[in-house]
Design a binder for this molecule. Structure first.
Ligand SMILES: NC(=O)c1ccc[n+]([C@@H]2O[C@H](COP(=O)([O-])OP(=O)(O)OC[C@H]3O[C@@H](n4cnc5c(N)ncnc54)[C@H](O)[C@@H]3O)[C@@H](O)[C@H]2O)c1
Length: 267
């Protein structure tokens, strides 16, 4: 019989409406967690909650832009009121940055600030809201979703995305140092290419001109060519690593940046 690693635990998953976040929410719930599904996409978050409930699990959804500090504070309070103290935080929500392919001269302040706000400030706001409570209870696990971009540089995105994901690894290490003594582990995963709406529809949705879309698709093709495992990862393969790092099986793993890229980048 499979061991349920999250029985009597509560998890909060940002970006839970789609892709890696949805797969993570479903997996944690299947292994016993009550899951707070956080996203700015209400319909997608509701679909995740319905899938969890249909499988016999427990979940609640909260509409929130993780880049908004006040919204995060209110959302965390509402989630803990509904489901109880949070034991596991998975910071999965993120935004891409394909239009920056045009070069740094085309990267406006607004875009730079937005990418940093969602991908780096968002996880910071969530950690700031949740870590003190976890520390008071003496247990907790955080998994931040960085990227291959944070370990090297982005294949299909621009400097804002790379910088945000590298910054998230710094935040991970710093919080792992600060909160390890208080019973909390903070780790990160660094996915390579994952078959989610972000990578599939990213070019169409985010690139500003047909030339930028073409440049994005050329980079993605080159990326696939160099992968030792000759396919994109599934969201479930990333969720499996998030669940492992969040579980007691990883009780001595703290502050790591785990590459999950099929061997595309090895260091
Ligand atoms: N897909 C890839 O190839 C890949 C590779 C490396 C890292 N990542 C990272 O994985 C994470 C998940 O991406 P995915 O591929 O599952 O993408 P996705 O587009 O399927 O899901 C991202 C989710 O985050 C939500 N979101 C975005 N901005 C938000 C905000 N400001 N507030 C609240 N929710 C917000 C979206 O609504 C969506 O539900 C991201 O952090 C991304 O940077 C993805």
């Amino acid at each position: 019989m499979t061991k349920l690693r999250f029985q009597e635990r509560t998890a909060l998953v940002t970006g839970g409406a789609s892709g890696i976040g949805r797969a993570t929410a479903l997996l944690l719930a299947a292994e016993g967690a009550a899951v707070a599904v956080i996203d700015r996409d209400e319909a997608g978050a509701s679909a995740t909650r319905e899938a969890i409930e249909a499988a016999g699990g427990r979940a609640a959804t909260f509409l929130c832009d993780v880049a908004d500090s006040a919204e995060v504070v209110a959302t965390v309070a509402a989630a803990e009121k509904a489901l109880g103290p949070i034991d596991v935080l998975a910071n999965v929500a993120g935004t891409a940055d394909t239009a920056a392919i045009a070069g740094i001269e085309a990267l406006e302040d607004e875009r730079w600030n937005r990418v940093l706000a969602v991908n780096l400030s968002g996880p910071f706001y969530l950690c700031r809201a949740l870590l003190p409570g976890m520390a008071a209870r003496g247990r907790g696990a955080v998994v931040n979703v960085s990227s291959l971009a944070g370990r090297s540089k982005s294949a299909g995105g621009g400097p804002a995305y790379t910088s945000s994901k590298a910054g998230l690894l710094g935040l991970t290490r710093h919080l792992a140092f600060d909160y390890g003594p208080r019973g909390i582990r903070v780790n990160a995963i660094c996915p390579g290419g994952v078959d989610t709406p972000m990578i599939r529809a990213g070019a169409a949705n985010l690139a500003g001109t047909p030339e930028e879309t073409e440049a994005f698709m050329r980079r993605i093709s080159a990326y696939e060519f160099f992968m030792p495992i000759k396919r994109l990862s599934s969201p479930e393969e990333q969720a499996a690593a998030i669940a492992f790092l969040a579980s007691d099986e990883a009780s001595y793993i703290n502050g790591v940046s785990l590459d999950i890229n099929g061997g595309l980048f090895m260091a």
